[in-house]
Design a protein around this ligand. Structure first.
Ligand code: NAD
Ligand code: UDP
Length: 318
C-alpha cells in the first residue's frame, strides 16, 4: 500500500482523533491540525510519540500551507451547544475553513474530503433522506450557523471541483457516537451515558418521540476512508450513517438497561428547530463504496459505556 501524507483538520476532536489513529494504523503519515475549541489533547496524547504523527495548533479560518497528499476537513464544532456558543465563528469555521483548505488543495493538488452533515437536510420533509433531497433549513434559526455553514461549504467544494478541477469528496455524516466524544459535549449519547453512569436524571428534550439514526464511529471511519479512495469522478455528496432509527426515548431506555442505572427520565423543553426525524438512505454508499454499517446500537453503546466508565474511574468528579 502507498504511504500517504494526510492532513486531518479538527484532528483532536471526537471523530478526528479516531481518524488520525486509524490512518496511522493503516501506515500513513498524519498531520493533525486543531484549535482545541471542542477537541482535547487527551484524545491524541497517546499518538504524540509516534514519529509519523505531527500536531499543529492552528485555526482553519486562517490560511495554512503544507505539502500533503490528502486532506480530511473536519474542523467545526458539531454539538448544538458548542456550535451555538459563537454562531458567527461557527459559520466562519465552515466557510472560511473550506475556502482555506480548498485553496491549499488546489495549490498542492491534494484530494480533499469534506465532513458535511445530515443537518443539510434540516427538519426533513421526506423520509428517509436521499442525497438528491435539497433539505428544509431555517436560514435564521438557532441551528442555521451550522446547517447553512455546512451547506455553503458543500457549494464551495462542488465549485472548486467544477472550476478548478480540485479532487473533492463530500460525505454527509448522520449522528455518530463512540469513544473520544467529550463527556460534556452536550450531544444525546454522551449526555445519557454520563447521566446513567452517575445515576443522575436522564434529560429528554420534548416528548422523546423525535428520532435519530445512530452510527458507531468505526463504521464512519471505514466510510470516510472508502470515500477518499473512490474513483475521482465520484464527488458525492454521499450519506454515511446507520439507517436503524430510534426515538430518543428508546435510546434513553436502552442506555438505562445497559448501565443498570437507577436514573429516572425527566422532560426538558425541546430546543427550537430540533429535527423531528432523521434516517439516511444509504443506497448510494452501498453502490459506490460497497459500504454499509456493521456495528448496531447495543454493541456500539456497550463499547461507548465502557469508555465513559473508564473516564469516570480516573476522574469521578467529571
Ligand atoms: P468535535 O467537536 O469533537 O470535533 C471538531 C474538532 O474541530 C475539534 O477538535 C475542534 O477543536 C476543532 N475545531 C473547531 N473549530 C476549529 C477551527 N476554527 N480551527 C481548527 N479546529 C477547529 O466534533 P466531531 O463529532 O468530531 O465532528 C467532526 C466533524 O464531523 C465536524 O465537521 C462535524 O460537523 C462533522 N459531523 C459530525 C457528526 C457527528 O455525529 N459526530 C455528524 C455530522 C457531521
Ligand atoms: N437530546 C435530548 N437530551 C439531551 C441531549 C439531546 O433529548 O440531553 C435530543 C435533542 O433534542 C435531539 C436529539 O436528542 O432531538 C439529538 O440531539 P444531539 O444534540 O445529539 O444531535 P442533533 O441530531 O440534534 O444535532
Amino acid at each position: 500500500m502507498l504511504k500517504k501524507k494526510v492532513l486531518v483538520t479538527g484532528g483532536a476532536g471526537f471523530v478526528g482523533s479516531q481518524l488520525c489513529e486509524r490512518l496511522l494504523n493503516d501506515g500513513h503519515e498524519v498531520v493533525c491540525l486543531d484549535n482545541y475549541f471542542t477537541g482535547q489533547k487527551a484524545n491524541i496524547v497517546h499518538l504524540i510519540d509516534n514519529p509519523y504523527f505531527e500536531l499543529i495548533r492552528h485555526d482553519v479560518t486562517m490560511p495554512f500551507f503544507i505539502e500533503v497528499d490528502e486532506i480530511y476537513n473536519l474542523a467545526c464544532p458539531a454539538s448544538p451547544i458548542h456550535y451555538q456558543y459563537n454562531a458567527i465563528k461557527t459559520m466562519k469555521t465552515s466557510v472560511m475553513g473550506a475556502v482555506n483548505m480548498l485553496g491549499l488543495a488546489k495549490r498542492i493538488k491534494a484530494k480533499i474530503l469534506q465532513a458535511s452533515t445530515s443537518e443539510v437536510y434540516g427538519d426533513p420533509q421526506i423520509h428517509p433522506q436521499v442525497e438528491t433531497y435539497w433539505g428544509h433549513v431555517n436560514p435564521i434559526g438557532e441551528r442555521s450557523c451550522y446547517d447553512e455553514g455546512k451547506r455553503a461549504a458543500e457549494t464551495l467544494f462542488i465549485n472548486y471541483n467544477k472550476q478548478n478541477d480540485v479532487k473533492i469528496k463530500i460525505i454527509r455524516i448522520f449522528n455518530t457516537y463512540g469513544p473520544n466524544m467529550h463527556p460534556h459535549d452536550g450531544r444525546v449519547v454522551s449526555n445519557f451515558i454520563m447521566q446513567a453512569l452517575k445515576n443522575e436524571d436522564i434529560t429528554i428534550y420534548g416528548d422523546g418521540q423525535q428520532t435519530r439514526s445512530f452510527q458507531y464511529v468505526d463504521d464512519l471511519l471505514e466510510g470516510m476512508i472508502r470515500m477518499m479512495a473512490s474513483r475521482d469522478d465520484f464527488t458525492g455528496p454521499v450519506n454515511i450513517g446507520n439507517p436503524n432509527e430510534f426515538t430518543i426515548l428508546e435510546l434513553a431506555n436502552k442506555v438505562i438497561e445497559l448501565t443498570n442505572a437507577k436514573s429516572k427520565i425527566i422532560r426538558m423543553p425541546l430546543p427550537s428547530d430540533d429535527p423531528m426525524q432523521r434516517q439516511p438512505n444509504i443506497d448510494l454508499a452501498k453502490k459506490e463504496l460497497d459500504w454499509s454499517p456493521k456495528i448496531q446500537l447495543e454493541e456500539g453503546l456497550t463499547k461507548t459505556i465502557t469508555y465513559f466508565d473508564g473516564l469516570l474511574k480516573v476522574n469521578p468528579a467529571l
